[in-house]
Design a protein around this ligand. Structure first.
Ligand SMILES: [Zn+2]
Length: 104
């Protein structure tokens, strides 16, 4: 497995190059990252809500947890996870609930 240098998704099935596209953040390696730095692409992805790009996200996938676990702490100076237990009736933690935690 490979890690996306932009969104830090750790289960890329291929290396981040040769026009592969990250299913998580949608970065096309060799194209998008030729025009912008990984930091710029990451900031743009986060600013857009850090949404899953392609198809359905993995079960229990959460972008903020992904970033924090990977050691990326630049999400926001006020970033604080209020609860890791918040789940919908389907048992899946949604991005929206974590975004509420971001601004609370
Ligand atoms: Zn990515």
């Amino acid at each position: 497995m490979n890690t996306c240098p932009v969104c830090l998704y750790g289960s890329l099935p291929y290396p981040p190059r040769d026009y592969h596209i990250c299913p998580c953040c949608g970065t096309e390696f060799g194209n998008d990252d030729a025009r912008f730095t990984h930091e710029q692409l990451r900031e743009a992805w986060i600013a857009g809500g850090a949404r899953w790009f392609f198809g359905r996200p993995p079960e229990h996938w959460n972008p903020w947890v992904q970033l924090l676990v990977a050691g990326y702490v630049g999400v926001s100076p006020q970033f604080e996870i209020k609860s890791l237990e918040t789940k919908t009736s389907t048992g899946i933690t949604t991005n929206q609930e974590f975004q509420l935690a971001l601004v609370a």
